[in-house]
Ligand binder design. Structure first.
Ligand code: NAD
Length: 259
């Protein structure tokens, strides 16, 4: 059951909606219900139609194509947003990708190109997304979030190079939080348990991961999209005004268990 946090008059930019199962979409719906206005940056024309349909369903008029590995395209998203809005209050980064060949099998089989692709898309992109977005954040401050996974600190067979990318991403969260904190911009990560999405489907052993959460987490069940969206709303709101540089689990407690 979504909690209610008031986002009336708040505006933000969301990177990473591909379809209605995307974690970024669950977050966007929750924020829209709470009164937020959002602009959506989508990866390419393959996802343009579904994203535009979803966006217009919540009254959003700003959608922009953006390969987030291209800094000019990231900057162009914010330039477009700045034409319509004086300032923004929040940023959602919910982007990841690794070549299918680099998920599953031996970790040491990763190629340099596969390493670069995973790290560039899944970790690096947070940097330009915050760098170009932060100047648009208004005087009263704002908040950026990204999505990470427990494989940053533990070995999940199958997740392979994405674990390395998530470790880098979490480090960036701390460095960006330190850099932008004095300007009133907070940066945090949500470490979500396994959720069935387009990206999750390409991870070998995803169903076992979800079953393990069900069997071994203290809450004895997998988490839901709504639970991640609730944490996102908290981190993007003033309720979390004292929190930055944190990696907060929404994992039914799975991360605390040794067995
Ligand atoms: P998803 O497939 O819906 O979202 C991934 C998004 O990344 C897509 O919108 C895709 O278009 C975008 N993307 C990929 N390459 C891009 C690029 N070059 N430029 C711009 N966008 C690009 O899947 P999701 O599960 O909602 O993933 C969102 C985030 O949540 C990812 O960071 C993922 O690692 C993280 N996460 C997911 C789970 C899970 O179990 N689903 C758990 C923990 C963390």
């Amino acid at each position: 059951m979504p909690v209610s946090i008031d986002f009336t008059g708040k505006r933000g930019v969301v990177f990473g909606v591909a379809n209605q199962r995307s974690i970024a979409w669950a977050i966007s719906q929750q924020l829209a219900e709470a009164g937020a206005e959002m602009a959506f940056a989508y990866q390419n024309e393959r996802v343009r139609e579904p994203v535009q349909k979803l966006a217009s369903g919540i009254g959003s008029t700003i959608t922009a194509e953006c390969d987030a590995t291209d800094e000019e395209q990231v900057k162009a998203v914010y330039d477009r947003v700045a034409k319509e809005w004086d300032s923004i209050d929040f940023i959602v980064h919910s982007i990841a990708y690794a070549e299918r060949d680099d998920l599953g099998g031996d970790f040491s089989a990763v190629t340099l190109q596969g390493f670069r692709t995973a790290l560039e898309i899944s970790a690096y992109t947070l940097v330009p997304v915050v760098r170009y977005g932060a100047p648009l954040i208004g005087e009263s401050g704002g908040s950026a979030i990204t999505l990470t996974f427990d494989a940053s600190v533990k070995v999940y067979p199958g997740y392979n190079i994405m674990g390395t990318a998530k470790a880098a991403l979490e480090n960036e969260v701390r460095q960006l939080a330190a850099e932008f904190g004095p300007s009133g911009v907070r940066v945090n990560a949500i470490s979500a348990g396994p959720l069935p999405t387009l990206s999750a489907r390409s991870i070998p052993g995803f169903n076992e991961m979800r079953r393990a959460h069900q069997d071994r987490s203290p809450l004895k069940r997998p988490i839901t999209h709504d639970e991640v969206a609730n944490m996102a709303a908290f981190l993007l709101s003033d309720l979390s005004s004292g929190t930055t540089g944190a990696v907060i689990p929404v994992d039914a407690g799975y991360g605390i268990m040794a067995l």
